[in-house]
Design a protein around this ligand. Structure first.
Ligand code: ADP
Length: 228
């Protein structure tokens, strides 16, 4: 079964002369083990795609299935529960709760969701992201790059089946960006997740199985060969 499927989904904002077709008729499938990049200029519809894929908003028409469940027919409570169980968002630093330490950001997830990473998995992730020394710090004590790595840890810690990432490496230097891509790739392959990543960074697409471009709300697959 596909992890994510969009069927004839579109999204229109506003009316009349202010109408914007932010997502044109879209059919899209992400299977287990796939790491997919979406590239496109500012205003092309990347955030609209990610928020619809993760059930944060509904398409104007069409359907969104996550692990076979139709997001579009769910009541908000059920939709929130499905998001919590299935979707890991790596947005920007706003993922982090300002008054919790890095360690508490993770233990907060334990209060609302079972089956998060065990201690060994967690420690490996923290080590790989080089954030073990930051556990007692608050988000305001961290640099932009550190916040981004903590946000990645927070999203992966809950072992979501679908990872949706918005520019996950934007504040990172090349070495760290590549390290993050390796982690995302491994999580995706070993644990049979699907990861969709919006990026401007063409250097990162070599880690991806498929690459899509969005122009004016229209998604199209690009010819792409993954680096071995
Ligand atoms: P991107 O993430 O690629 O920058 P967005 O998905 O944010 O693109 O936006 C796509 C288009 O939809 C843009 O023209 C934007 O102005 C418009 N848009 C996005 N959100 C809204 C909204 N809530 N209301 C009206 N227009 C919006």
């Amino acid at each position: 079964m596909s992890i994510l499927q969009l069927k004839d989904a579109n999204k229109t904002y506003g009316e009349g002369h202010k109408k914007v077709e932010a997502m044109k008729n879209t059919n899209f499938v992400a299977e287990q083990g796939e790491l997919i990049a979406i590239i496109g200029p500012s205003g092309s519809g990347k955030s609209t795609f990610l928020t619809i894929a993760g059930g944060l908003q509904s398409p104007s028409e069409g359907s969104v299935f996550i692990n076979g469940h139709d997001f579009t027919n769910m009541k908000e409570k059920q939709r929130a529960a499905t998001r919590l169980q299935e979707v890991g968002f790596i947005l920007q630093a706003s993922n982090l709760v300002p008054f919790l330490t890095v360690a508490e950001q993770l233990t907060l997830s334990d209060k609302v969701k079972k089956d998060n990473m065990n201690a060994a998995e967690r420690d490996r992730l923290l080590t790989e992201l080089d954030i073990t020394d930051l556990l007692k710090k608050y988000p305001s004590d961290l640099s932009g790059g550190e916040r981004q790595r903590v946000a990645i840890a927070k999203a992966l810690y809950t072992k979501p089946s679908l990872i949706l990432a918005d520019e996950p490496t934007a504040s990172l230097d090349s070495d760290r960006a590549f390290e993050v891509m390796k982690i995302l790739s491994r999580e995706t392959k070993e644990n049979k997740k699907a990861t969709i990543m919006v990026t401007h960074d063409q250097r990162l697409t070599k880690f991806c199985d498929r690459v899509y471009k969005i122009v004016d709300g229209k998604l199209s697959e690009e010819p792409h060969t993954k680096a071995q």
